[in-house]
Design a protein around this ligand. Structure first.
Ligand SMILES: NC(=O)c1ccc[n+]([C@@H]2O[C@H](COP(=O)([O-])OP(=O)(O)OC[C@H]3O[C@@H](n4cnc5c(N)ncnc54)[C@H](O)[C@@H]3O)[C@@H](O)[C@H]2O)c1
Length: 246
């Protein structure tokens, strides 16, 4: 139980990678706050987490709103007693080639994927700085490092959360708050199921390990970065991509 007495908040945890992260942290002893726009599914994840023997709450919030981020962070601290771990996982895609990308699709992706991370981090570090302990992980993406045709908004947002992690790492290291990013490759979730079977097969061929990743592959990396084993690691990017980008 390496996370006993810790409270973790995971955004976008109703399904996919966020859900796997929340359950892995719960399995390791943390109490968890499951935050998502989809409250019904968040409640289902919270019920699964409780079956692992920890406390779990589900909260509805849109991370793109600073006010909603502040409310859900304060509610977590009030209901679970503190907030030690923040995993900024909520993210969306609205893909199109540059020339066809609509201004509102650029704005929407930046608002959730980049400003959302700023909002939740800003709200959480107030609590973490006071208690002189915090572990923050931003879920970035391989395309934030490589770029990707059709994902100008998404890849820029993911490069942004890598830079944001490094800045938060520098600003808060003296308060015993670490902040790192994880850059997953292509992971089997609803987000990648939106791609055609053919595209996914082509992607797998570009991955040295020969398969797409699972949400659990990413969750293991998060568990490491928020555990005491990673106390001296901050401002780093952990690539979990089957060797697709080195
Ligand atoms: N699937 C992949 O291949 C892959 C690869 C690299 C990075 N990622 C990143 O991992 C994260 C999770 O991706 P996933 O594949 O599990 O996606 P997903 O679409 O399965 O789940 C995302 C969750 O975030 C929630 N969400 C969306 N907007 C929100 C908002 N404004 N406020 C609160 N919650 C919101 C959704 O309701 C959903 O439950 C994302 O940040 C994504 O960019 C995914």
């Amino acid at each position: 139980m390496i996370l006993k007495d810790k409270v973790a908040l995971v955004t976008g945890a109703a399904q996919g990678i966020g859900k796997a992260i929340a359950l892995r942290l719960a399995q390791s002893g943390a109490d968890v706050a499951i935050v998502d726009m989809n409250l019904e599914k968040a409640q289902e994840t919270a019920a699964e987490a409780e079956k692992l023997g920890t406390r779990a709450i589900a909260l509805k919030a849109n991370v793109a709103s600073l006010q909603e981020a502040e409310v859900m962070i304060d509610e977590t601290a009030a209901k679970l007693g503190a907030i030690h771990i923040l995993v900024n996982n909520a993210g969306i895609t609205k893909d199109a080639l540059m020339l066809r990308m609509k201004e509102e699709d650029w704005d929407a992706v930046i608002a959730v994927n980049l400003k959302g991370v700023f909002n939740c981090t800003k709200a959480a570090v107030r609590h973490m700085a006071k208690q002189r302990y915090g572990r923050i992980v931003n879920i970035a993406s391989i395309v934030g490092e490589m770029g990707n045709a059709g994902q100008a908004n998404y890849s820029a947002s993911k490069a942004g959360v890598i830079a944001l992690a490094k800045t938060v790492a520098r600003e808060f290291a003296s308060r015993n708050i670490t902040c790192n990013a994880i850059a997953p490759g292509f992971i089997e979730t609803a987000m990648t199921l939106a791609l055609s079977e053919k595209v996914r097969e082509e992607l797998a061929k570009q991955i040295p390990i020969g398969r797409l990743g699972t949400p659990e592959d990413v969750a293991e990396g998060v568990l490491f970065l928020v555990s005491d084993a990673a106390n001296y690691i901050t401002g780093q990017v952990l690539n979990i991509n089957g060797g697709m980008y080195m």
